[in-house]
Design a binder for this molecule. Structure first.
Ligand SMILES: [Zn+2]
Length: 108
């Protein structure tokens, strides 16, 4: 859901009568949500850091495949598996996790 104050822009414009023009104001509502969410992520990370690497890897693998159109799965992942390209798989995971937050329905 987009913020009614800033429409997701993290700022809004207000008239500054001293400068006689519009001024950008930070949206404190959104910034506090971002700050809180970052704090939650950090605390969850601390909890999960000692979880089973197999379980964490399985979750990431499932997220990667589920976020990809069925007809793209082979093209997307077979080359990365064949070349053991762990770095690109992790980057893809990061991109997908950001897309999920942005409500972006584009598949990778
Ligand atoms: Zn806002």
């Amino acid at each position: 859901m987009k913020c009614e104050i800033c429409n997701g822009n993290l700022y809004y414009l207000v008239y500054d009568k001293h400068a006689d023009n519009m001024a950008k104001m930070d949206c404190l509502d959104c910034l506090s949500v971002i700050q809180y969410n970052d704090d939650i992520k950090e605390r969850i990370t601390k909890l999960l850091v000692n979880a089973s690497p197999q379980k964490l890897a399985q979750i990431v693998a499932t997220m990667l495949v589920n976020a990809t159109e069925d007809n793209e799965v082979e093209n997307q992942f077979e080359p990365l598996i064949a070349t053991k390209d762990r770095t690109r798989l992790l980057i893809a995971g990061e991109i997908i996790s950001e897309m999920m937050k942005n409500g972006n329905e584009n598949k990778c």
